[in-house]
Unconditional design. Structure first.
Length: 47
């Protein structure tokens, strides 16, 4: 594989990794928000 091909492959891998990481971050963030919302809701329900 020539240098250009390797560069293209590296960029593709980096882009895919970034997309995956972004998805995971969003998933984690929304889980955290949901947990906090859930806890707040439970506290309010008790009163």
């Amino acid at each position: 594989m020539d240098k250009e091909g390797k560069d293209m492959l590296a960029k593709k891998l980096t882009d895919n990794t970034a997309k995956m990481a972004h998805k995971e971050l969003i998933k984690k963030a929304s889980n955290e928000v949901f947990k906090q919302y859930d806890n707040t809701f439970k506290k309010l329900s008790k009163n």
